[in-house]
Design a protein around this ligand. Structure first.
Ligand code: UD1
Length: 342
């Protein structure tokens, strides 16, 4: 039997890819997910990829009683990766309390149970959103944080503060927060990937749905930014590479003795790509011409952000491997499979 890791949000986009990578190196994975933004067949597809079916428990983490019952049942859990959270920026502006309650109370419930049931290790899904629009690029882990642009972003910033404060007093607790830049792409098998509900907010799902004919046209939000081609710049990180960073973080927590008890790392490629570069690279990689037009800027967008990954490279020993070209191709292969396109 492998070492047990609990993955909350394990049927979600990044969660499912991480489950596969954990299983590939022998961890025994238990998923908790309420399926609020995913479907149960993801568990089947994880099994198809890995040949191993993860344990799956369906419930919402706000239910502390249910979570305690869970920890009574699974006594061997050594580490937790906490993905489960809401992530839509626009929705969080409409429903701030819904976001604060879900994202913060679930984290607090997890922390309560870690203390009560002696689970020492936590990897937390954070985001480059904590940096806002940085004054200097690339952003290092020590770049000053800015006020969050949205309640969603604020839940990530507050979560990091909760973790920092709890680690000070919870002597057994070790935490690694991973600050993701823009995760994109899908597993090379095309069996798991990103499946947004309704109209996608994020760039790459909108691109692949446009290419698949589900959306008529991609809107490029602004071409008058202070960037090489005028469109916004982001650091797009392959989701499988990102998943592997979690496995490294878990191993570091389980095996290292001399680590800071609260660490945080930038997880990106270190390279910025503009929206128009992403469009062009998608067209080159797939041979599909994209129907797009330039429209006004999207309120709240930062102009440019990309990571300094030196600390992740040297301390974690992790580095992004997959090119933007291959990653966009994987996103397209996933979209084609779920839409039955040849
Ligand atoms: C957004 C959130 C970020 C969150 C992440 C989660 C904002 C300001 N930031 O990141 O906090 O962690 O999603 O997934 O919302 N674009 C287009 N056309 C589109 C969609 C996007 O041109 O139809 C552009 C955007 O202007 C941006 C880039 O593509 O420049 C990436 O956008 P998106 O995928 O939404 O990610 P972020 O805005 O970086």
């Amino acid at each position: 039997m492998g070492r047990q890791v609990l993955v909350t949000g394990g049927t979600g986009y990044i969660g499912s890819h991480t489950v596969v990578e954990l299983q590939a190196v022998g961890f025994e994975v238990i998923i908790i997910d309420d399926l609020s933004n995913s479907t149960a067949d993801v568990v089947d597809n994880i099994e198809r990829i890995s040949g191993i079916r993860p344990v799956f428990e369906e419930f919402n983490l706000l239910d502390l009683g249910r979570l305690e019952t869970f920890f009574e049942k699974y006594r061997g859990i050594e580490a937790i990766i906490h993905f489960a959270a809401f992530k839509s920026v626009g929705e969080s502006v409409e429903k701030p309390l819904y976001y604060y309650r879900n994202n913060l109370v679930s984290l607090m419930n997890i922390l309560d149970c870690m203390s009560k049931y002696n689970v020492p290790n936590l990897v937390f899904s954070s985001s480059c959103t904590v940096y806002g629009q940085p004054d200097q690029l690339p952003v290092t882990e020590n770049t000053p944080k800015k006020d969050a642009e949205s309640p969603y972003g604020n839940t990530k910033a507050i979560s990091e503060e909760i973790l920092r404060d709890v680690v000070k007093v919870a002597r057994e607790l070790n935490v690694i927060a991973l600050r993701y830049f823009n995760p994109i792409g899908a597993h090379p098998s095309a069996l798991i990937g990103e499946l947004p509900r309704g109209i996608p907010n994020n760039l790459v799902p909108f691109i692949t749905q446009t290419a698949a004919g589900i959306r008529q046209q991609l809107s490029v939000f602004g071409d008058d930014y202070n960037t090489t081609d005028g469109s916004c710049v982001r650091d797009y990180i392959n989701v499988v590479d990102l998943a592997k960073a979690h496995v490294i973080a878990i191993n570091r927590l389980i095996t290292s003795i001399n680590i800071d008890r609260y660490e945080f790392f930038n997880i990106g490629t270190g390279k910025g790509a503009s929206v128009l570069e992403v469009v062009k690279t998608f067209e080159e990689a797939t041979g599909v011409k994209l129907n797009y037009k330039i429209v006004d800027r999207r309120p709240g967008d930062v102009e440019k952000i990309y990571a300094d990954t030196t600390i992740a490279n040297t301390v974690l020993g992790w580095k992004a491997q997959t090119s933007l070209y291959d990653t966009l191709l994987s996103a397209w292969n996933w979209e084609k499979r779920i839409r039955n396109i040849d």
